[in-house]
Design a protein around this ligand. Structure first.
Ligand SMILES: [Zn+2]
Length: 435
């Protein structure tokens, strides 16, 4: 039975690796071919010079090569941890250390944090390469070694401060609540995720970046006027010093309840004109109005409940544990084994979630067009973002269908033009308040 489980897992892992490698190679080849044949999409005409186009081809190729190697390294690392006797060794070690700590579940917590730490440590070289070699070569890296090290240290502190109580709650509930433990654990994790959506923007993100209200007077007034129409408090609009780490520019919307925030990178403020910035804000306001954060939370709750139920079934199945060198089932080893092996069985959910994410992006774009009654500023902003970030202008359609959380720039511009030409929808009246 153990051989069968190992074989099944290997088959799924290799399938995932093969699909992702093929898509990656197809994407690189497609980009190179479009470039050689001079097929730059119309939306970029007059907005990208030959040199920048060539540079973005080089950047996408470098990322493709990096994805090739990091994917293979990740698979090897997972296999070594699962089949190389790492789990039983770590279980004995944390069992002995945990026995000395006068806290319930200490051994289990140490085991889970230990596996997480091991993966973080072994993937550190890849992270260093990505930041200081790959991003550096294309002029994006702004992280100095000092920031890099303090980021990692803060990450470790956060993993322990948030991870230990979280694991304590999960392990305690698994033990204390009997057959229906997975329902109790579901409620606990869901509440924890909702809490994270509140404390991430207000308490955690500020540990890594500075957030400030928009300083520029005219821009601030324009933002206040726009936010007033949508019913969003302007106290929820911030700029962030993204330039501390990277030259890439971005904007995002996150949070729940009073912690809802729209964040603009300072790099974005440098690259876009005022009307373009307002169009990006209008897009983020679209995410807010359409409650996309809440919808994602609801969907992830479904996956969580299903995953925990599967875990509850596997917990009573000793051969699974013996496959990975562990003599008998235990709650803490079950959590780790499940999180390590579930990827290859659920990777197809990635493209499904990306499809949904792209739908949300189209919705937010259409909302922005309606709100501003003009699609051009958003179109210009998207093209400018693509060019400044050296994003792949011509990704392979299968690659972007699988990997991309946002539609391609060409797809978005086309949809924006359609939305702008179509019948204008309902624009919120001045001062309308979102419940
Ligand atoms: Zn968006």
């Amino acid at each position: 039975m153990e051989t069968f489980i190992a074989g099944l897992f290997l088959a799924f892992l290799l399938t995932e690796l093969a699909i992702e490698s093929l898509l990656n190679e197809a994407n690189i080849r497609h980009l190179r071919q479009e470039w050689r044949e001079g097929r730059l999409p119309d939306v970029f005409a007059g907005r990208v010079n030959d040199k920048t186009y060539e540079k973005s081809v080089g950047y996408a190729e470098a990322h493709g090569r990096f994805a090739r190697w990091s994917g293979a390294c990740g698979a090897v690392l997972t296999l070594v941890v699962l089949f190389g006797g790492v789990l039983p060794w770590l279980d004995r070690l944390t069992g002995r250390v945990g026995a000395l700590v006068p806290v319930a579940e200490a051994s289990g917590i140490l085991f889970c944090l230990g596996v997480g730490g091991l993966f973080a440590l072994l993937s550190l070289p890849l992270r260093i390469y990505a930041t200081f070699v790959l991003e550096e070569r294309f002029g994006f890296n702004k992280t100095d070694p000092r920031t890099f090290v303090t980021d990692r240290l803060k990450g470790i502190v956060l993993a322990v401060v948030l991870g230990a109580p979280f694991l304590y709650g999960v392990l305690w509930l698994m033990k204390a609540t009997g057959t229906w433990w997975w329902v109790y654990v579901f409620v606990f994790i869901f509440a924890f995720q909702a809490l994270m959506l509140v404390i991430y923007p207000t308490l955690i993100a500020p540990l890594f970046n500075r957030f400030e209200p928009v300083a520029d007077g005219a821009l601030r007034d324009a933002i206040a006027a726009l936010a007033g129409r949508v019913g969003l408090r302007t106290s929820g609009i911030f700029t962030m010093d993204g330039s501390k780490r990277s030259g890439h520019s971005n904007a995002y919307f996150t949070g729940l309840g009073k912690a809802k925030r729209i964040v603009l990178f300072d790099t974005l403020l440098e690259q876009l004109s005022r009307t373009q910035l307002l169009s990006v804000l209008a897009h983020e306001m679209g995410h807010y109005k359409m409650r996309h954060v809440l919808k994602n939370l609801g969907l992830s709750a479904l996956f969580l409940l299903a995953g925990l139920w599967v875990l509850s079934v596997l917990l009573d199945y000793p051969p699974l544990f013996r496959t990975f060198g562990l003599e008998q089932p235990a709650h803490h080893t079950a959590l780790v084994i499940f999180s390590l092996i579930s990827g290859p069985f659920t990777f197809w959910l990635g493209p499904v979630m990306n499809h949904l994410s792209r739908r949300h992006e189209y919705e937010a774009d259409a909302y922005a067009v309606r709100l501003l009654d003009d699609g051009r500023p958003l179109e210009e902003a998207l093209v400018s973002l693509t060019v400044n970030n050296l994003s792949n202008p011509t990704p392979h359609p299968w690659y972007s269908a699988y990997h991309a959380s946002h539609p391609t720039t060409v797809e978005r511009v086309r949809a924006i033009r359609e939305a702008a030409a179509g019948p204008s929808g309902t624009v919120p009246a001045a001062g309308s308040v979102d419940g």
